[in-house]
Design a protein around this ligand. Structure first.
Ligand code: MN
Ligand code: MN
Length: 466
């Protein structure tokens, strides 16, 4: 049957995002799966901002990146990095064009929602030793009980030495857990609103239950925990006061689905953008523009602090880079462009009522461009210009990168934000581009492999712009 006039016109005029498998070849699908094998390894290796910054620094050095020194001269093709306090990293390749034509930035965050230990966390109650926590970022507290947990971070001892802690990830390591109430006795708990089903002060991590062998001292279970920590790490209780210790889920990342099309893991948000953005800066060859991947900290609590993007560290890096070439940082920033690489809420058929389907992003429909985020009428958003949207759409289509648009749910359902507004604050054109996620901010989040790969391709094509 020949195509009707209407069918022909519909093809010419209508727009609808399609499942990636309808667009890409089997060979490319294989590439996507292979890329995701690397991503899964990364997920299981580096789980906190400090570990990711360190991992990427080491990987960068192995790939010929050297620490940026603003007193040196650099030429096209040189690869540099700057680490910010061990918790954020900037990776750059110098382009062939003058720096005054601007830089191309991909910025993802490497902090994820979790439970931080309080400054004075350890206590014993009824011969169980526990750690008090203060949750970090937007979590549904009830999801964090009765699952295996690991402890990561650093402690600074009285003499200033730093001890790195990582317990619960290696085969044979013990893990930790937060208890929940048994349903048999949960009648009152079940009447609580979901947000209070587990309260903040109930997120206490069980860390031990055997006493130190002594008849006289008190709190012997706590003492035994301190004794173990002291023997292994040389720390004493006071060292918790100068520590950053993070409790994260101890699940390993794995394939999800009989077709192995998805990945389940803790902390896809935003490692699922950080990894592709880093791989893109590692893989780009002789870029025209200077390209920079920034892996930043503290996005989940508002980009605060001097490792978050609401500080000047990125601005200073660009200014220093500009000075190296005798240029003014301000001029460089005004000409720069950025993909703010962050996740968006994938359409979940089980919770369809909070989504506006026509403007939602879907698993497997490719990388998602989010023109604006925000809440209560775009508040706290950056809102990319039509011109920049047009440019991004243009180079993605040209390179056959599968992409879609997405809003974060229904207008009045809630909202969220990214680092985009801080980048826009530097007079840089910016739009959010990332991967759709289901169960975002849960201890075990879900993404589709084709979308992860398309994120990588999007960053790489952005870095290859002439
Ligand atoms: Mn995020
Ligand atoms: Mn988030």
């Amino acid at each position: 049957m020949a195509e009707t006039k209407g069918e022909k016109r519909a093809k010419e005029l209508n727009y609808e995002a399609e499942h990636a498998s309808k667009i890409i070849s089997d060979a490319e699908l294989k590439k996507a799966d292979k890329f995701c094998d690397g991503y899964i390894d990364f997920l299981n290796t580096a789980r906190t901002e400090r570990e990711i910054a360190k991992f990427m620094k080491e990987k960068a050095e192995a790939k010929g990146f050297t620490e940026f020194d603003k007193t040196k001269t650099y030429k096209a093709g040189d690869k540099i990095y700057r680490l910010n306090r061990g918790k954020a990293i900037m990776l750059a390749v110098i382009g062939k064009k003058p720096i005054t034509e601007g830089v191309k930035l991909a910025i993802a965050h490497i902090d994820s929602p979790r439970l931080d230990l309080k400054p004075n966390p350890l206590y014993e109650s009824d011969e169980i030793a526990l750690l008090k926590t203060h949750y970090y970022g937007g979590i549904k507290k009830y999801q964090w009980v009765a699952i295996p947990l690991a402890l990561h971070g650093v402690m600074i001892k009285a003499d200033g030495t730093k001890v790195e802690i990582n317990i619960g990830e290696d085969e044979g390591d013990p893990k930790f857990v937060i208890s929940d109430l048994l349903p048999h006795l949960g009648r009152e708990q079940e009447k609580r609103p979901l947000a209070e089903g587990i309260k903040g002060e109930e997120l206490n991590v069980i860390i031990g239950s055997r006493p130190f062998k002594d008849d006289k001292a008190s709190n012997l279970v706590k003492l035994n925990v301190l004794d173990i920590l002291n023997k292994k790490y040389g720390v004493v209780e006071k060292d918790f006061l100068s520590a950053e210790l993070e409790v994260v889920p101890a699940f390993k990342a794995c394939d999800i689905g009989l077709d192995r099309s998805m990945i389940g893991a803790y902390g896809h948000d935003d490692r699922v953008c950080a990894y592709p953005a880093a791989e893109a800066v590692f893989d780009v060859v002789n870029p025209a523009y200077t390209v920079v991947t920034v892996l930043t900290d503290k996005e989940e609590i508002g980009s605060v602090g001097n490792t978050g993007l609401d500080s000047n560290y990125l601005k200073y890096f660009i200014m220093d880079l500009a000075e190296c070439f005798g240029a003014n940082g301000r001029d460089v920033m005004s000409k720069s462009e950025c993909l703010s690489a962050d996740v968006n809420a994938g359409y979940d058929p089980t919770f369809a009522d909070v989504m506006e389907k026509q403007n939602s992003c879907f698993l497997n429909k490719g990388v998602v461009i989010t023109k604006y985020t925000g809440a209560r009428g775009k508040g706290g958003s950056s809102d990319a210009s039509a011109e920049f949207m047009g440019k991004v759409r243009g180079f993605l289509d040209k390179a056959k990168v599968v992409w879609q648009i997405g809003e974060l749910g229904k207008v009045d359902a809630g909202g969220g934000g990214t680092v985009a507004l801080y980048v826009a604050g530097l007079d840089i054109d910016v739009v959010d581009l990332g991967v759709p996620v289901l169960s975002m901010h849960a201890p075990f989040e879900l993404v589709a492999k084709t979308d992860v790969y398309m994120a990588y391709r999007a960053f790489l094509e952005f870095f290859k712009l002439k």
